[in-house]
Design a protein around this ligand. Structure first.
Ligand SMILES: C[S@@+](CC[C@H](N)C(=O)[O-])C[C@H]1O[C@@H](n2cnc3c(N)ncnc32)[C@H](O)[C@@H]1O
Length: 240
């Protein structure tokens, strides 16, 4: 037996990297890369504000988030990035200026694997080669060019739902949005929803989501739901 082989046999095994550690190092890499991508917009605690109209409302002060938020709340994880790199497809609904989507390009995800949609696409996306759609996620969706492995709603579903609606109407609207996303998913595909919920309304939103889940289950019974107790990310999986 050679000395090298003996040394190899007695070398202590490298500790396994946990998925939490993997995610933490991905977040650090995202923070480094996004600084070069998102320029000219002052960062305030991970977001910047931007005045834009919404439908007939002349100005809304939107919060647009830096990409790392979506890695921190695990709407995006290492496995997803690796699959997107290798050809999985993503539709992002309510992209705003697309900080997340543009940052994914810096992780070698081809632009052809990412399609972006918004009720009114943001001017920051004009020079990108993503396939772009303008539509209201709360109404009937147009025919899209393909079905997707992931459909994400990065801090957008609550607007598409229209918060002025009564809870019952809100649940019906959310059910319609999830059904539309489901119809555009590949088998084994995932809908991933990121939500910012103020602490004082958390109880309301937990009830709201549990009722929505029951309502969606009445028409699509075999979806698998993961609802985090803090509602930062909701994952809905379509079976094979
Ligand atoms: C809070 S911003 C988040 C934007 C971006 N995802 C980010 O992380 O910065 C919400 C976005 O949802 C979009 N939005 C609002 N209502 C929508 C609807 N009915 N259908 C599609 N997108 C909608 C807005 O135009 C806006 O870009």
């Amino acid at each position: 037996m050679s000395l090298r082989l003996i040394k190899a046999l007695f070398r202590p095994a490298k500790p396994k990297i946990t998925s939490e550690q993997k995610q933490a190092s991905l977040i650090r890499a995202v923070e480094r890369k996004e600084k070069k991508i998102i320029t000219g917009m002052p960062i305030e605690d991970g977001y910047h504000t931007y005045n834009r109209p919404l439908g007939d409302i002349p100005v809304i002060v939107w919060k647009f988030y830096y990409a790392h938020k979506y890695f921190q709340n695990k709407m995006i994880d290492a496995n997803m990035v690796s699959r997107l790199r290798k050809g999985a497809s993503l539709l992002s609904v309510g992209t705003g200026p697309g900080h997340l989507e543009r940052t994914l390009l810096a992780f070698s995800v081809p632009a052809n694997n990412i399609d972006v949609a918004d009720v009114k696409l943001h001017e920051h996306l004009e020079n990108t080669t993503f396939t772009k759609y303008n539509f209201d996620a709360g109404n009937d969706w147009p025919t899209l060019r393909k079905k997707y492995d992931y459909i994400v709603f990065p801090e957008s579903i609550q607007y598409a739902m229209d918060t002025k609606l009564s809870p019952i109407k809100g649940i019906q609207k959310m059910t319609k949005i999830i059904k539309s996303a489901y119809d555009n998913l590949n088998n084994n595909g995932e809908i991933r929803i990121s939500l910012w919920v103020p602490k004082d309304t958390l109880d309301f939103w937990i009830k709201f989501w549990n009722m929505t889940k029951a309502n969606v289950n009445s028409i699509l019974p075999n979806l698998k739901w993961e609802i985090e107790p803090n509602l930062k990310t909701i994952i809905i999986r379509k079976p094979n």
